[in-house]
Design a protein around this ligand. Structure first.
Ligand code: F6R
Length: 263
């Protein structure tokens, strides 16, 4: 696991956007796994800026979103479909048919989930999976106790996730859909590269458990310790509970030096 600690959210976003830009310049048919939530909004803004100012081309990119609520329509103002269109897809040149976001009713979900997994494989697998993290250590909607080998499936959201998402549904927990379809931890682990972003003190405990704690289904993000190519990009506040923060900073500074010598 590579841990990159940046002073601020703006800087962690800049580093994340550069990783995606470099990958896209090398591989125009990049397959991106995407997340919603507040954390990646700045990343999408940065990529939109790169598209508008540098002509970063998304015309051959394919995307797969991690998750979506069950029981709300795609055009619901707080659906993840609406989120992705608003923050990213409508502002770049990606063909609509290349953008995949889970969508199913609870009754029809099994076949849908199998097809979603198949579509990822048929696209050649995910090159870079963007991830946020819940304060309880969830990734996607894989709540604590999720199998670390789980695949795309329907999940019931925990009370803490319902509460965290209530502000998006008029402030009432009752209005938040109780279930979601999510890629599994096992699905996420098959991405060639994972980019886990976190910002703010509220994420410090989850990040410490995920990065330095034991690998456990109680902290689904801890499975990423077994992933061969995960980059955790966080700000100082989210890094504040890490025991080895100084070492991660030193390692990153050394890597930058090495890269600048090569140029
Ligand atoms: C959403 C998702 C979630 C969020 C997590 C953090 O697609 O995958 O796991 O990444 O709940 O959300 P924010 O960024 O709003 O703190």
């Amino acid at each position: 696991m590579e841990v990159i600690i940046q002073p601020t959210y703006a800087q962690l976003v800049a580093v994340s956007a550069e990783i995606i830009r470099d990958a896209l310049l090398k591989k125009p048919h990049l397959v991106l796994g995407l997340a919603t939530g507040s954390t990646p909004i700045g990343l999408y803004e940065a990529l939109v800026r790169m598209h508008k100012t540098e002509g970063l081309d998304f015309s051959s990119v394919t995307t797969f979103n991690l998750d979506e609520y069950v029981g709300i329509r795609p055009n619901h103002p707080y659906s993840y479909h609406t989120f992705m269109k608003t923050h990213f897809f409508n502002a770049i040149n990606i063909p609509t048919e290349n953008c995949h976001i889970p969508q199913s009713t609870a009754e029809a979900h099994e076949e849908f989930c199998e097809n979603y997994e198949e579509a990822i494989v048929n696209a050649g697998g995910i090159d870079i999976q963007v991830l946020g993290i819940g304060t309880d250590g969830h990734i996607g909607f894989n709540e604590p106790s999720s199998s670390l080998g789980s695949r795309t499936r329907i999940k019931t959201l925990t009370q803490s996730t319902l509460e965290a998402n209530a502000p998006h549904f008029g402030g009432t927990v009752d209005a938040v859909p109780k279930m979601a379809i999510t890629m599994g931890v096992g699905t996420i682990m098959e991405a060639k590269r994972c980019l886990l972003m976190a910002s703010g003190e509220s994420k410090a405990e989850a990040i410490a458990h995920a990065v330095e704690g034991p690998i456990t289904a109680e902290v689904p993000a801890s499975a990423l310790q077994m992933h061969p190519h995960t980059v955790v990009i966080i700000d100082e506040a989210a890094a504040s509970n890490l025991k080895r923060a100084d070492y991660y900073k030193q390692a990153y500074a050394n890597k930058q030096k090495l890269l600048s010598h090569r140029e």
